[in-house]
Write a protein that binds this ligand. Structure first.
Ligand code: PLP
Length: 440
C-alpha cells in the first residue's frame, strides 16, 4: 500500500484493510476471516451487511439525506422518536438526536442542568459519577468519566465529577459481599452529596454495566435501587448511560430494566445505528421536559447533523429489524450459555480471574494469580497481547480496563452481534480457547 496519511490509533502499526462483512464475520482484503466477537466496539448489534438496512439507507438517500433541524423535521426523525418512546419504560418520551455516544451523554448532562435552571435553580451544575467508568471523549463527557487512563492528559481541563467507587464486586474495596454489604459502594453517593452539597448537583450518571473502563462489570441486585433512592431523596436526577447497553445488549431494551429502575434521562449510541450510521440520542422523561417546555421551549444543545434523516432512517430500520426478528428476547439465553462456557475456562487457564457481565456483554479479567487476584503489572500489557493474539487467530475481542495500576486489572469484553447463532457461539468459544492457549 502507498504511504498513509490517515491518523490511526497506533501510527506505527499496520492494520489489515477491511473488504466486507457478512453476519458475525468480517473479511479483509487478503481474504482473512474474523469472527467479530466484539461487534467492533459493542456496536454492530445486528451483524454486518444486513440487506434490509442497506435498502432503508438507499430509499432515504434517494429522497433526501440532510436537512437542518431548525428548518425542517423529517418523517424518519419523527418515526424514530415515536418508536423510541413506544419502546421506553415509564415516560421517557422525548428524543434529542446526536451523532455519537459522547454527544449523547454530554447532551444528557446539559438537559439535567437546564432542568434546574428553568426552575430558577442556577447552582445545580455538577453531574457526579463513579470511578472505573467511561462516558465519552469530549471534555464534558470525559469530566464525568472515571477512566484515569483516558483522563490523564487532560486533567487540568476537566471537572472532578467521579466521586464514588464502582460496584466492582470482584475487587470490593470493603471486602464484603452483596447483599450483606448493604451496597456500601452505592451509599458512598449519600456521603459525596453531603460533602459537595445537593444544591450544587444536577444529576448522577452511571453505566448499568460498566464497559470499556472495567470489562462488563454488572452490579448486584439492589444496587441501582439504592442509587436511585439516594438521587430522589436529594433532588438529583439519575442519568443512565446506555450507550453500550441500550437496545438489547443485555437482553432488555434498557439494561436498567434488569435492575428495576427507570432513569430520568438516558443516553444511547452504538447499537442505535448498529454501525450502519452515526447516530445517538439523549432521551428525557416528561418530568425533565416539563420545565423546559414551560420555559425556554428549546433544549440548549445541538449539532449540525442532529436528527438528519439519513441516520434516523437507518436507526429506525435497525429497531424494526430487532423487532421483526425477535432478537432481544433471545439475548438472555445466548448470554447465559456463553458465560457458562467461559466460566469453565477458569479451570484450564489459571490467569482467568473473573468472568462476568450480563446478556451478550461479557467480560474476562486476567490475573497473575487466581487465588490472590493479583493483577498483572500494567506495563506487561496483557490485554493488548490477548487482543493481538485473538486477531491473529481470526477473533475480535474488545480491550477494557481503567488503567488504575494495581486496582483495575486487565480485561477483555466479549460482545458478539445479538444475532449470533448457536453454531457461531461454538466457533467463538473454540477461537477464545485457541487464543488463551497461545497466550499461556
Ligand atoms: N458511554 C459509554 C458507556 C461508552 O461505552 C462509550 C464508548 O465506548 C461512550 C459513552 C462514548 O461513545 P462514542 O465513542 O460514540 O462517543
Amino acid at each position: 500500500m502507498e504511504k498513509s496519511f490517515l491518523i490511526k490509533p497506533m501510527l506505527d502499526e499496520i492494520y489489515p484493510v477491511i473488504d466486507y462483512g457478512k453476519g458475525v464475520y468480517l473479511y479483509d482484503m487478503e481474504g482473512k476471516k474474523y469472527l467479530d466477537a466484539a461487534s467492533g466496539a459493542v456496536t454492530a448489534n445486528i451483524g454486518h451487511g444486513v440487506l434490509e438496512i442497506i435498502e432503508a439507507m438507499e430509499e432515504q438517500a434517494k429522497k433526501v439525506s440532510f436537512v437542518y433541524r431548525s428548518q425542517f423535521t423529517s418523517e424518519a426523525a419523527e418515526k424514530l422518536a415515536k418508536k423510541i418512546a413506544d419502546w421506553m419504560p415509564g415516560d421517557l418520551n422525548w428524543s434529542f438526536f446526536v451523532n455519537s455516544g459522547s454527544e449523547a451523554t454530554e447532551t444528557a448532562m446539559k438537559m439535567a442542568i437546564q432542568y434546574w435552571q428553568e426552575q430558577g435553580i442556577l447552582t445545580k451544575t455538577k453531574v457526579l459519577s463513579r470511578w472505573v467508568s467511561y462516558h465519552g471523549i469530549t471534555l464534558g463527557a470525559l469530566s464525568m468519566s472515571g477512566h484515569t487512563g483516558r483522563r490523564a492528559r487532560f486533567v487540568p481541563l476537566l471537572e472532578d465529577f467521579p466521586v464514588i467507587n464502582p460496584p466492582y464486586c470482584y475487587r470490593c474495596p470493603y471486602n464484603l459481599e452483596a447483599p450483606a454489604c448493604g451496597y456500601a459502594c452505592a451509599n458512598e453517593l449519600e456521603m459525596a452529596i453531603k460533602r459537595i452539597g445537593a444544591d450544587q448537583i444536577a444529576a448522577f450518571i452511571a453505566e448499568p454495566v460498566i464497559g470499556a473502563a472495567g470489562g462488563a462489570i454488572a452490579p448486584p441486585k439492589d444496587y441501582f435501587k439504592t442509587i436511585k433512592k439516594i438521587c430522589e431523596d436529594n433532588n438529583i436526577l439519575f442519568i443512565a448511560d446506555e450507550v453500550m447497553t441500550g437496545f438489547g445488549r443485555t437482553g432488555t431494551v434498557l439494561a436498567c430494566e434488569q435492575w428495576d429502575v427507570i432513569p430520568d434521562i438516558v443516553a444511547f449510541g452504538k447499537g442505535m445505528g448498529a454501525g450502519y450510521a452515526p447516530i445517538a440520542a439523549a432521551v428525557a422523561s416528561e418530568k425533565v421536559m416539563a420545565p423546559i417546555l414551560a420555559g425556554t421551549k428549546s433544549v440548549m444543545s445541538g449539532h449540525t447533523l442532529s436528527a438528519n434523516p439519513q441516520s434516523c432512517a437507518v436507526s429506525l430500520a435497525v429497531l424494526e429489524y430487532l423487532e421483526k426478528n425477535v432478537i432481544i428476547k433471545e439475548v438472555e439465553s445466548k448470554g447465559i450459555f456463553l458465560k457458562n462456557q467461559l466460566e469453565k475456562l477458569k479451570e484450564q487457564f489459571s490467569f482467568i480471574g473473573d468472568v462476568r457481565g450480563k446478556g451478550l456483554l461479557l467480560g474476562i479479567e486476567f490475573v497473575e494469580d487466581q487465588e490472590t487476584k493479583t493483577p498483572f503489572p500494567r506495563k506487561a500489557f496483557i490485554t493488548q497481547k490477548v487482543v493481538r493474539i485473538a486477531m491473529e487467530k481470526g477473533l475480535l475481542v474488545y480491550p477494557a480496563g481503567a488503567g488504575i495500576d494495581g486496582v483495575n486489572g486487565d480485561a477483555i469484553i466479549i460482545s458478539p452481534p445479538l444475532t449470533i447463532t448457536e453454531k457461531e457461539i461454538e466457533n467463538l468459544l473454540l477461537l477464545v480457547k485457541e487464543t488463551l492457549a497461545a497466550f499461556s
